[in-house]
Design a protein around this ligand. Structure first.
Ligand code: BDP
Length: 693
């Protein structure tokens, strides 16, 4: 198994009794109507059943008096049996026939995938009564792909999109990509990097993008583009890109018209502006709302939206802003603009205040912009999670943030009343638009994600985008069953490994609220890194190790970033005694000798976490060795190899951090742990060599 088929394997169900029972309820497929998406739904169902049941199930136009089939019903008129269902939601009921119904053809397609999932996970289908509605309207992948075929922070080979060949040559793989996304309910994709090339807005590229849109359309997926803010200057020949300039506004309106002429269901624009050197409205003395609203106006005649990113931070720790804290930047630039955005604008906020770290507290913007739809951006690609070698199942990371309570409903409201998920799904502030985005981990590797286990992260993102109340465990079990094996003990073992993998990674990488120990490629450990064009691009800016202790003081005696949270959150996190240990060093500069709630001093607790983290990878290897009999040999060998590398690197990271911090703590590695075999100089040299070209 080379992993190409992802979780859509549709292998023959081995249990004959089960297979026959399914076959009795799936003797024919009825589909009436001729929309592209409905046709996709019927075809997918037929393909799935062909594989799972080993027979070709006929597609017919009407059931007549027949029973024992599957009817795909889509009905636009409200007041019918599917009135409980929102536009893309579906119902599946089994009586004499199994009926998959929705108000829209896309809903039917999602229902078909849900029905197939029942079979793939060997659940009964004869007494189904399922209703499922997506909680969020725009569920998007964001690809950071470039015109030259590279992917920013991509670890699974080059881009899936072959820009040089498009639009004339259309790789059949695009369709497989669309199927996989549709199976999860993902309904949009931004195909290019947020550090955008203006080329994507040229006529030449719009044609290429349109060719992709044609492939995605039958799967209910709309295409979006990241845009380069100064495009009117760069490709339009204008003198300025000032968002208040009438000529600039006209340029964007014309551009939108040009795009919609070729791609009538174009989804809209994603924008990174005035961030990490990308130009933006501030270059002209305007603000984010001015920029976003100009683009929203250009989209006014069409059904498209602007997703404006809040990932911004001016240099912090510089002589002119010595006290500035990158943590506070997004809130400082956006909070005061609440209510100033056009109704077609969604502000896209990364899950945490810094940048996709292995663990971050939730961004304080959530809950603080009640009049501006905020969407959440997660990173599926493992930029800070060991790239494609380290096995990290991300659902627990996503869930930890989504389930965090912002407490914006105030004192006395039941706990969980104002979670980040409730902000994002619109239930808290009644947002008109709701969205969620995941930075894709796909690439041209045959198995899509490099590490076969990372397919689960794409899967988990999609499932949570549809329904954030699903548990990490449910999603993991589903994925393992559909992708790897149905053998009960093996499913348990792998699910358990998945659920523990993220915490293990945090332990050997950034325990107790450490963050950002790296530069450049964000892989090799470099906690000593102290040289850069910007202080907030060094490692020491974040961990602040000194002879007294470790951690970033964000209380009133420090940057006071905590003031951006509600009092209930502040109260808990601003006291080092009550601050949860996983967040401790995010908010406090803690003395090395301070006793923590575990009974250990900070130094001993750090050592314990780094050592148990790295040792746990050894445990992962042992557990994985046991699944061999029930796993495809190619996948087994692949993961075995990656775990071996992961183990070595975990020890490398542990040693780098501890040897470096030991210079400040001046304490020994406590028993029973054995001190690292190498010296700090050894590790530093190995990191220097890692950086050689
Ligand atoms: C950082 C990445 C950088 C991205 C940036 C972003 O290192 O490559 O361009 O995020 O999200 O994590 O814009």
């Amino acid at each position: 198994d080379d992993g190409y088929r992802l979780w859509l394997k549709y292998d023959l169900i081995k249990d004959v009794a089960k297979r026959e029972a399914y076959a009795r309820s799936a003797q024919f497929i009825v589909v009436s109507g001729n929309s592209l998406v409905l046709k996709t739904a019927a075809d997918e169902l037929q393909t799935g059943l062909q594989g799972l049941l080993g027979k070709t199930i006929p597609i017919i136009a009407s059931a007549g008096n027949r029973t024992g089939g599957i009817v795909l019903a889509f009905n636009k008129t409200p007041g019918t049996n599917n009135q409980l269902v929102n536009d893309e939601g579906y119902q599946i009921t089994s009586k004499s026939n199994i009926i998959v119904s929705s108000k829209t053809d896309a809903g039917v397609l999602y229902g078909v995938f849900a029905l197939l999932r029942q079979l793939q996970t060997t659940q009964p289908i004869d007494r189904l009564s399922l209703t499922s509605n997506p909680k969020i309207r725009y569920r998007l992948l964001n690809h950071w792909d470039n015109t030259n075929g590279t992917i920013e922070r991509g670890y699974a080979g080059g881009s899936l999109w072959k820009w040089f060949e498009l639009p004339a040559t259309v790789d059949p793989r695009y369709r497989v990509y669309a199927r996989a996304n549709a199976s999860l309910g993902i309904n949009g994709t931004v195909v290019n990097n947020v550090n955008a090339s203006a080329r994507f807005l040229t006529g030449e590229y719009i044609e290429k993008v349109a060719a992709l849109a044609n492939v995605f359309r039958p799967y209910g997926i709309r295409i979006y583009l990241s845009v380069y803010f100064p495009a009117p200057k760069v490709i339009g020949g204008l003198k300025t890109a000032d968002p208040l300039d009438p000529e600039v506004r006209k340029w964007w309106a014309d551009k939108a018209k040009e795009i919609y002429t070729v791609i009538p269901d174009f989804g809209g624009f994603l924008v990174k502006a005035n961030s990490e050197g990308e130009p933006g409205p501030q270059d002209y003395g305007r603000n984010h709302a001015d920029g976003a609203n100009m683009l929203a106006e250009a989209l006014a005649p069409y059904d498209g939206v602007v997703m404006w990113r809040a990932f911004v931070y001016k240099a912090a720790g510089t002589p002119d802003r010595p006290k500035a804290d990158r943590f506070k930047a997004a809130y400082e630039e956006f909070k005061h603009l609440d209510g100033k955005f056009n109704k077609k604008v969604i502000v896209q906020v990364k899950n945490g205040p810094i940048d996709f770290q292995p663990r971050e507290p939730f961004s304080p913007l959530f809950g603080n912009m009640p009049q501006t739809p905020l969407s959440i951006e997660f990173q599926i690609t493992q930029e800070y999670l060991g790239h494609a070698t380290h096995w990290v199942y991300e659902a627990p990371l996503f869930k930890e943030c989504l389930d965090s309570d912002t407490y914006v409903t105030g004192k006395g409201s039941p706990s969980g009343a104002a979670t980040v998920a409730k902000v994002v799904d619109g239930s808290l502030h009644g947002y008109g638009l709701t969205a969620i985005a995941g930075v894709a981990n796909t690439g041209a590797n045959r198995n899509w994600t490099g590490n076969p286990m990372a397919q689960a992260n794409w899967y988990a993102f999609g499932r949570l985008a549809w329904d954030h109340t699903l548990t990490s465990e449910t999603i993991a079990r589903e994925w393992v069953n559909m992708t790897l094996t149905k053998e009960i003990q093996t499913v348990k073992t792998i699910t358990d490994l998945m659920l523990k993998s993220r915490e293990i990674f945090v332990n050997y990488n950034t325990p107790l609220g450490l963050s950002t120990p790296w530069t450049g490629e964000h892989f090799a450990p470099e906690p000593w890194q102290n040289q850069s064009s910007r202080p907030d691009w060094t490692a020491i800016y974040y961990h602040r190790a000194d002879s007294v202790g470790l951690g970033f003081d964000r209380t009133t005696t420090g940057s006071n970033a905590l003031e951006q949270y509600r009092p209930e959150v502040q109260q808990r996190w601003s006291n080092p005694e009550t601050c949860p240990l996983p967040y401790l060093l995010w908010f406090h500069h803690v003395p090395w000798t301070k006793k923590l709630s575990t009974g250990r001093t900070l130094w001993n607790e750090l050592c314990t976490r780094f050592y148990t983290g790295a040792d746990s990878v050894g445990w992962m290897q042992q557990q994985w060795a046991q699944v061999k009999p029930a796993i495809d040999p190619e996948i087994f060998a692949d993961v075995t190899g990656r775990l071996e590398t992961q183990h070595k690197e975990a020890i490398w990271w542990r040693d780098a951090w501890l040897l470096y911090l030991q210079q400040y703590s001046r304490q020994p590695i406590p028993a029973p742990f054995k001190k690292p075999e190498r010296t700090l100089d050894d590790v530093k040299r190995s990191v220097d060599i890692y950086h050689l070209r």
